[in-house]
Design a protein. Sequence first.
Length: 18
Amino acid sequence: MAIFCAAVNMARRRFSTG
């Protein structure tokens, strides 16, 4: 599930910023 992985990665990066 590359799409899911990419979505999670994006969300994690956005959350990382705060």
